[in-house]
Design a protein around this ligand. Structure first.
Ligand SMILES: *[C@@H]1O[C@H](CO)[C@@H](O)[C@H](O)[C@H]1NC(C)=O
Ligand SMILES: *[C@@H]1O[C@H](CO)[C@@H](O)[C@H](O)[C@H]1NC(C)=O
Ligand SMILES: [Cu+2]
Length: 182
């Protein structure tokens, strides 16, 4: 009986940690945020699967660089005249709160043009992107229809946990439960 309860608690914790599993990514890895070495930030970002709640860290010498969050148009044009946000500490942690594109570059003249720019992209759900069948008449690819997901008991509990306002206190409660079983 106790082992069943313990298993249930562990399953709930695993679901919680999936929700809370926030990663921290240092932009450019060990090279950091720089113009030295022609870092391929686009390639760097392409190897990552960013999730909402993840944090990206820009590490650089603030005497020589900065970080600006900009629109897509400004990103394309390396136009630093009206950034959405500017960071200058040299160790800037930015938490990604929404899906879609998040454009950053260094606002020091010439640096964006030299490639010191990165697009942190969280593709929106495929369901959102999937064209409606009537709209894809010219497509040569047969659209993949994902199998319908039948919600089971575990997914319904995951959903209820996702809707908990205070995940931290939920984890604390679960940890107390697990320690009581141990
Ligand atoms: C840069 O952006 C500003 C604000 O959007 C705009 O007024 C200006 O014309 C742009 N400059 C260039 C060179 O595109
Ligand atoms: C940057 O900040 C993080 C904590 O926010 C810290 O762990 C790290 O050592 C800092 N890096 C530098 C180079 O100061
Ligand atoms: Cu720079």
């Amino acid at each position: 009986m106790a082992s069943i309860k313990r298993t249930a608690v562990l399953l709930l914790m695993m679901e919680l940690f999936q929700v809370m599993d926030a990663a921290i990514y240092k932009v450019g890895d060990s090279a950091g945020w720089t113009t030295i070495g022609n870092i391929d930030y686009k390639g760097w970002a392409a190897t990552k699967t960013f999730q909402v709640g993840d944090t990206i860290v820009f590490e650089y010498n603030p005497q020589f660089h900065n970080v600006m969050r900009v629109t897509h148009a400004m990103y394309r044009a390396c136009n630093a005249s009206a950034p959405l946000a500017t960071y200058t500490t040299g160790n800037d942690s930015i938490t990604i709160k929404t899906r879609g594109h998040h454009f950053f570059f260094c606002g020091v003249p010439g640096h964006c043009q030299a490639g010191q720019k990165v697009d942190i992209n969280l593709p929106r759900n495929e369901e959102d992107l999937a064209p409606t069948p009537s709209a894809s008449t010219s497509s040569t690819l047969s659209p993949q229809v994902p199998a319908a997901r039948v919600p089971g008991p575990s997914s319904s509990s995951a959903i209820s946990f996702k809707h908990l306002g205070n995940l931290a206190s939920a984890v604390a409660v679960l940890e107390t439960l697990v320690f009581n079983f141990a």
